[in-house]
Design a protein around this ligand. Structure first.
Ligand SMILES: NC(=O)c1ccc[n+]([C@@H]2O[C@H](COP(=O)([O-])OP(=O)(O)OC[C@H]3O[C@@H](n4cnc5c(N)ncnc54)[C@H](OP(=O)(O)O)[C@@H]3O)[C@@H](O)[C@H]2O)c1
Length: 345
């Protein structure tokens, strides 16, 4: 019996060594499912931290954190308890992210060190540049919020930030670095100029927003795709809702598969993502739900017909549009995403 199997856990949980992993370019293994920890400005930090602790008991070993979620100190207390319970640090995968107001040369290391202190860890498995813009918003803001000195993507500036990220790897503070909310033209430039390439790219991925081209690019370049909002983020903040948004978990094709399998449509979304090759990081603070989500990774796969049916549900529905990061009056959120293949200035 492996050490991991012998770790304390609850009888209805999933043995962590049954959860598949994806290999990164370094040979490290990231569990294919992690627990998201963004409480969408509405779930109390304590509740997220409780979910992290209990999720580890039911078998989660991967946690997706970020300084901007405001709860790393709370989550860190859970990590301390998890490690004290006998789980080895090398069996955990912890991601955190550099927030947009910390892209400056002196800020990157300080921000990473702060996350490590809050999370009570000696190193991170993965540290991401959360957004490719230095534009930020205060917690709980509405959709009209803009940072006063907001800027477009400037590659030279991003690379200055990236160099600091590379230093974190050299210093042993983080094992891997990666990107998030990127586009093909921006990744082209990053891959051209990086000394340490991004190991993973975190991107919005759910049945109604499949990002085929970006996903293919990422995989073809040996970068592991981590899909955020894999259920379609039903609890997302008001600033990320528009009347045109569609609801993955109400899609008739997804509901029909869920009914046949006797699971919630959320679980079908996750199985689809896993089979399509994404790492998925669903958020949940309900034990029943996060346990069902973990089980999605170790139970029978969807059929080819199911996969085909879900492929047909694509709606091009980006949920996390990022309006708060725009830098000019009168702009559309589409300018953040380089939809015509050019980086908007
Ligand atoms: N890199 C980025 O810019 C970025 C952006 C957005 C998100 N993320 C990361 O991705 C994570 C996940 O995304 P998300 O939080 O936006 O949305 P999500 O995971 O798509 O959806 C979470 C919602 O689904 C519900 N849910 C989860 N499992 C369920 C189940 N089995 N049955 C029914 N309902 C279920 C949860 O409610 P309950 O709590 O009631 O179960 C919660 O309201 C975040 O927490 C964060 O870590 C990263």
């Amino acid at each position: 019996m492996s050490r991991e199997r012998s770790n304390p856990r609850v009888s209805d949980g999933v043995p962590p060594d049954l959860v598949p992993g994806r290999l990164l370019a370094t040979g490290a293994r990231i569990p294919v499912i992690g627990l998201g920890t963004f409480g969408s400005d509405s779930v109390p930090h304590e509740k997220v931290a409780e979910a992290v602790l209990e999720a580890a008991r039911v078998g989660y070993r991967h946690f997706d954190c970020a300084s901007v979620y405001g709860n790393e100190a709370h989550v860190g207390r859970s990590f301390r308890a998890i490690l004290r319970s006998g789980v080895r640090r090398e069996d955990l995968w912890v991601t955190s992210k550099l927030w947009n107001d910390k892209h400056g040369e002196k800020d990157v290391a300080a921000s990473c060190e702060r996350s490590l202190r809050d999370l009570r860890l000696d190193y991170l498995d993965l540290y991401l540049v959360h957004w490719p813009f230095p534009n930020f918003h205060p917690p709980g803001c509405d959709v009209t919020s803009r940072s006063p000195d907001a800027k477009p993507y400037v590659h030279e500036s991003y690379m200055k930030t990236w160099r600091q990220m590379e230093r974190l790897v050299e210093r042993g503070l983080v094992r891997h670095i990666g990107s998030s909310n990127m586009t093909v033209p921006k990744l082209d430039l990053l891959l051209r100029d990086a000394v340490i390439r991004p190991a993973a790219n975190e991107m919005e991925l759910h049945p109604h927003f499949q990002q085929e081209e970006l996903l293919r690019y990422v995989v073809d370049h040996g970068i592991v795709p981590i899909g955020y909002s894999p259920i379609g983020s039903p609890g997302r903040p008001e600033r990320d809702r528009t009347p045109e948004d569609t609801v993955d978990t109400e899609d008739p094709a997804i509901v029909a598969i869920a009914e046949r399998l006797g699971v919630h449509p959320a679980v079908v979304c996750l199985k689809w993502g896993l089979q399509r090759g994404h790492v998925v990081i669903p958020f949940s603070v309900r034990r029943r739900n996060y346990l069902a989500n973990l089980r999605a990774a170790v139970t029978d796969p969807l059929t080819d017909a199911d996969m085909k049916a879900i492929a047909g549900t694509e709606r091009g529905c980006r949920l996390i549009k990022g309006q708060v990061f725009l830098w000019r009056d009168g702009q559309s959120w589409r300018d953040l995403w380089d939809e015509d293949g050019r980086i908007a200035g």
